[in-house]
Design a protein around this ligand. Structure first.
Ligand code: SAM
Length: 216
């Protein structure tokens, strides 16, 4: 396994070298090579499949969160990370797919904001502790990562989820690994946090769940 921590990573330059462009780090693990190539192939075939707009729940509730450092795990092509940067956050975005991270950085540059892009498997990544004011998760859920997301947040920091809801109806996967969440899963995973908003709703005809919770 090659693992380059945030402090040691090489940073190939993107953009014109003026220093205001987005930055990039690579952290790779062997376990997820198949998953990575599945997501890379998916992104090669599909550009902007999730759109360029940030998810509705983030737009509706960001005003409740104090500005600061944000971590966007599994950021895909960066729509939410870019929205956060535009709204004054210092953003670290991570994804397993190098193609997704490169596109996120390119789009950030097009939209004239800076985000840091990290290519990493979130199950292998070394998270800084008590560091972020916000962790923003969209269409990605791995229960085993919850303790790490919680630890990387500062006391008083927020975690925000926007997830496809598993309502018990048959589910159709459109991506290599679709993530569906049952409302009770998130409620119990967020034990010890103060739930500020917990909203099940239909977004473009899809059952979704939005959660905003604060670390006590
Ligand atoms: C459904 S997409 C969601 C993308 C983005 N959050 C959004 O809403 O536009 C799921 C993302 O999870 C990433 N992913 C899957 N497993 C991962 C892992 N172990 N570590 C980091 N990223 C992962 C994929 O590469 C993909 O970009």
């Amino acid at each position: 396994m090659i693992c380059i921590s945030p402090a040691h990573a090489g940073r190939p330059q993107f953009g014109d070298g003026t220093g205001d462009e987005s930055t990039y780090e690579a952290i790779t693990g062997e376990k997820t090579d198949d998953e990575r190539s599945a997501w890379d192939s998916f992104y090669k075939l599909n550009a902007n499949i999730f759109g360029k707009e940030a998810v509705s729940f983030l737009k509706d509730h960001l005003h409740e969160v104090k500005k600061g450092r944000a971590f966007v795990p599994a950021m895909g092509e960066g729509r939410n990370a870019i929205y956060l940067a535009k709204n004054g956050f210092t953003v670290d975005g991570c994804d397993l797919s190098d193609i997704a991270v490169s596109r996120a950085l390119d789009e950030a540059k097009t939209q004239r904001v800076t985000i840091k892009g990290i290519t990493a498997d979130l199950t292998q990544y070394t998270y800084p502790e008590n560091y972020y004011d916000l962790v923003m998760v969209s269409l990605f859920y791995m229960p085993e990562l919850m303790p790490r997301f919680k630890k990387t947040l500062k006391k008083g920091g927020y975690i925000l989820f926007y997830e496809k809801l598993d309502t018990g109806k048959p589910l159709t996967s459109v991506t290599p690994d679709d993530f569906f969440v049952k409302s009770n899963d998130l409620k119990s995973a967020l034990k010890g946090f103060k739930i500020k908003v917990f909203k099940e709703y239909k977004d473009h005809g899809i059952d979704v769940l939005g959660v905003l919770a604060q670390k006590l």
